[in-house]
Design a protein around this ligand. Sequence first.
Ligand code: C2E
Ligand code: MG
Ligand code: MG
Length: 853
Amino acid sequence: TGPASADPSVISTMLTSYFPVPLDEEIIGIGVVVVDITERKAGEAARQQLAAIVDGSGDAIFGTTTSGIITSWNGAAERLFGWTAQEAIGQPASLIATADTVGVQQEMRGRLNAGGAHERHETTRRRKDGSVVDVLVIASTATDETGKVVGLSVIAHDITQRRAEQQALETSQRRLAAAQSNAHLGSFEFDVLTGELTWSAEYSRILGLDPSLPASYELFTSMVHPDDAAMVAGVRTDANRRVAFDLDFRIIRTDSQVRWVRTQSVPEFGENGAVVKVVGTMMDETRRVEADREQRVAESRFEIAFEQAAIGAAIADLDGIATRVNPSLCSFLGRSADELVGHRSAEFTHPDDVAFSHAAFMRMGPGHDSYADQRRYVRPDGSIVWALCNIALVRDEMGAPQYFFTQLQDITVRKVVEEELVQQALHDSLTGLPNRALLTDRLIHGLAGSRRRGTQVGVIFLDVDHFKVVNDSLGHTSGDDLLRQAAERIAGAIRPGDTVARFGGDEFVVVCDDVNLADTTQIAARVLEALSQPCVIGGQDVHVTASLGIAISDEHATPESLLRDSDAAMYRAKERGRGRVEVFDEAVRLKAEARLATESALRRGLEREEFVLHFQPIVDLSSGTMVGTEALLRWRHPERGLVSPADFIPIAEATGLIVPLGAWVLEAACRQLIEWQVTAPALTMAVNVSVRQMLAPGITRLVENVLLRTGVRPEDLCLELTESVFMEDVEYFERILASLKALGLRLAIDDFGTGYSSLSYLKRFPVDGVKVDRSFIDGLGTEPHDSALVAAIIAMAAALGLDVTAEGVETQQQLAILEQLHCGRAQGFYLARPMPAADMTRFLAASHRWKVG
Ligand code: C2E
Ligand code: MG
Ligand code: MG
């Protein structure tokens, strides 16, 4: 009985028939035909119609009785199972059941007979030829008018093909799942129509979820990192708008781990063009993203370091061709990046440095991936810059060379300073000539070379004569000028390979390799000749001469011996009148040796108190009385007897021994004066002081202390200084003399006239008197020139208010002339010889008076 009609009072009887509705071999539904059989006629027609439909179906359709006997068998059933309708009808349905499905078939029939709903299941069936076929079975009941089950209607649809496909699909899905899990690639599928979301097990694992948890968009979004949520949500909309997307974002797992994931998806479109599905993949890219980020950080760090570096940097390919340069390098080399990229550094390297830098480059290799050197580069303007060059070969993880990384540090300033320091350390700043250190070096090499070649080395020691005079009369600047010009002259006169060095002050040394004595003498003569031409200094012609000493090497020669011997020879040139050349020989050697012996003997003598003072009266020519006495030093040598100061004072001065010696003289003379003043209260004492003593620090303090200790009145002490004092550092001596003068003592210039001081010069110094040198007195009466000179000195000294003492008066005639010239005082053998203190004591007691006037 079918459903009620619109009119509830009418009851109709319906025949309901079902049939499969296939589409492309797939049964997509069951067709239902409901026939109102209230009128039988109409029912017959419908039945025939139904039979036609059943017969034409592509699916096997057969009917059975409730006990399972086949009652109908359509064409498709014949084709599917191999039995004809004739063969099948009347057979039990188990005919087509496989052994293992007979029971299932029976059970199903039981359920349907009992009024169960239609059944649908996939199973296997047996063909006539014994083969097995996979089928989808849909079985339903056929009822009579009363609704009683009278039979079964079965539709069997061949699903072998589908099964195979499905198995293949399942296999491929299993493989995909395996692949996904291996690749850590999760996948998801979103059905837009049903709103159903599925994702793979790997997808769950990536999210850190239990794979059994069902997929849900809410679950997914709850895991998206808050900072990325908006972006992810936006993409969902995009996906619906048919846009494929590829997105990196973060998720926060339930264990709060943050992971980077990459999701790629594509929409799938339905027939109407609307998005029906979104399928996609998800990959955990945390490691890659982090590695990328680290790489980016490293790269940007490198980038910044490279671009901003204060030192020049370049990257070059394995052929050494620059591929990248930084701005510092450009400015260092004075070239633009375009001018550098694509070129080798050798193109800009100083020609002299190309070979060794290339050699260093070639030494690079396994274990020698970097090296450093110092080299010069030439800029386009021709200027030269120095670089500390570091080159490193950069390899990849596998160790394969990738490129060269070069850094150039500008060390030009340092190099220039270094070169200057070397220059300064080895050269004289005034003349630019090698200094003593470099000279010694050249001598060592010269000697070594000459020994190999069997030749000799010649050394010329040169001292400019009277240099102090020029220096003081024309000024230091002119003095410097003179030394520079002298240096040039000397350098111009020697052979190209020879060395001229400034040894100190006004001393120069020439070293000539591979020469003999004759060659060296010739060179020395050329130097002397070159110097004889007047120098123009401050617009003034200045004539200079020099004293030269030569020494030639022998097999025992050392730099020291050659310098010492040539110096000794130069000494003799000075002694023999200056402006000449002397060769070191036996005589010079003996003299030099004697000097050396004297020096050590002097030291001993000072310790053993071998020194005594002699005293010589100074006579006032107007009264004929002794006004003073000069203390003259004597050395009572144990073997040589009484040694004259002329033989040891210069050595004492040269060695500095004069300083303690002079201090002793001063104190001894002052003590003696105090003793004599008991009987001769007006007596004064003159003490000789050498330049060297004046240069020693604390001279004023020393004199002051002696005066205090001995009790001598300052005005009773006269210090005799030689003119050389005034040729030294003028400003220094002005200061020292002023401080000595401030003590209240008197100052006199000894040996006046032998030096170069003029009387006007004396005005600068606080001196009280001059002692005219013996050499002028010598000629008095015989040399008209000397008489005139002495007359002039006496007159000018008087004008300046200075006392004049004549030294070395040996004759009555000299004394007479001096009296005539109104010379104030005199001293000399004619008046009295220097005598020991005891003799002087007696002399004083005798109150000797000289005949004058
Ligand atoms: P000086 O200061 O000019 O001393 C005068 C020198 O002339 C003395 O020589 C003296 O003996 C000598 N003499 C005096 N009258 C005559 C004479 O009529 N004819 C000749 N031919 N000579 C005469 P001495 O004592 O040999 O001293 C030589 C020089 O040594 C001194 O010259 C002085 O410059 C220096 N000297 C002497 N004692 C000292 C001293 O204690 N310290 C220093 N620094 N130098 C001293
Ligand atoms: Mg004197
Ligand atoms: Mg004198």
